[in-house]
Design a binder for this molecule. Sequence first.
Ligand SMILES: Cc1cc2nc3c(=O)[nH]c(=O)nc-3n(C[C@H](O)[C@H](O)[C@H](O)COP(=O)(O)OP(=O)(O)OC[C@H]3O[C@@H](n4cnc5c(N)ncnc54)[C@H](O)[C@@H]3O)c2cc1C
Length: 286
Amino acid sequence: MIDVIVVGGGPAGVSAAIYLKRFKLDVTIIMKDYGTLGTTDHIENYYGFPEPISGKELFNNGIKQAKRFEIPVLTEEVLSIDYFDTFTVKTNKGSYESKIVLLATGASRATLRVKGFSEYTGKGISFCAVCDGFLYRGKKIGVIGNGDFMLEELEVLENFSQDITVFTNNMPLEKPLEHVKVVDNKIIEIKGNDVVSSVLTENSETPIDVLFMAMGTPSAADFALRMGAFINKNDIVVDEQFMTNIPGLFAAGDCIGGGWLQIVKAADDGSRAAFAINKYLRKKPM
Ligand SMILES: Cc1cc2nc3c(=O)[nH]c(=O)nc-3n(C[C@H](O)[C@H](O)[C@H](O)COP(=O)(O)OP(=O)(O)OC[C@H]3O[C@@H](n4cnc5c(N)ncnc54)[C@H](O)[C@@H]3O)c2cc1C
C-alpha cells in the first residue's frame, strides 16, 4: 500500500510529492500529460528564471526534479478513484491502493459548447454515472465521449439500461464498442423542455431521457462527485489543511480554485498540502 498517490504532475502535484518524499513518505505521482503548462510558451513571472521559460520546459524540469528524489512518476490516465477506508486509484493501465490521495489535476473540465448544454446541465445532463445512473433505470441514456473515460461510465450505466447511445461528437472511438448505438457525427444542440429530451446531431435527432458527460479526461471535480466530496461549481472544497470532506482525500492547485490561478499559488498549495498530509498520517496510524 502506497502512503500517498498524487494525481497530477504540474506545479501543485510535483511540489507536494517532493515535500512528501522529504517527510520520508512513500509517494507516487500519476499524471497524464503537461496539463495547463502545456498551453503556454512564455512564463516570465515565476521566481528564479531570469529568462522566460516555456510551460513544457518548466513541467519537464519539475518531473526531472521529482525523479531525482526517486519518486515514481507514472504516465497514466486516472479513470476512477474509490474510497473505502483506503483509496483504489484505477488508471488506463492498472490499479493502485493508497492511504491518501492528493488531487492536483488542474482546473480543466470538459464542457460542450453547443446550444442547450448550459441550460440543461443539472436538468438531465449529468457528470456522474455512479451518482445519477440509478435514477434512469430502463430509460433512454445518452453518453458523450469517445475514450477510456466514456467506457468507464458506460460500464456503470449498462447496469441500469439496455437503451444506451454513445455520442462521439465527431471524434473517432478509441476502442470498438459492442451492444450500444453509436452516433459519431457532430452535436448541434441539446434539446428539451423542462428537462433534456433529445440530442440533435448533423444528420440525426436521438431521443434521450438523460445525457452523461464523459468527454476527455476525468477531472478532480469528476472524481470528487463520485466519492461524494463537496464541490463548488467546478472547484473542490477543502478545509485549511487542504482536506476535502472525505477523510484522507486532499486537493491542491488550480482544482481548488481560489481566484488566483498561478504557478506560484499551485506550488504553495502543494507544499502546504504535503505538510498537512504528513501531520494527518503521523496522527492517524493506518
Ligand atoms: C494560457 C495560460 C498561460 C498561463 N501563464 C501563466 C504564467 O505566465 N504564470 C503563471 O504563474 N501561471 C500561468 N498560468 C496558470 C498556470 O499554468 C496554472 O495555474 C498552473 O499550471 C496550475 O498548476 P496545477 O498543478 O494546479 O495544474 P496543472 O498545471 O494543470 O497540472 C495538472 C496535472 O494533472 C494531470 N491530470 C489531470 N487529469 C488527470 C487524470 N484524470 N489522470 C492523470 N493525470 C491527470 C495533468 O496531466 C497535469 O499533469 C497560465 C495558464 C494558462 C492556461
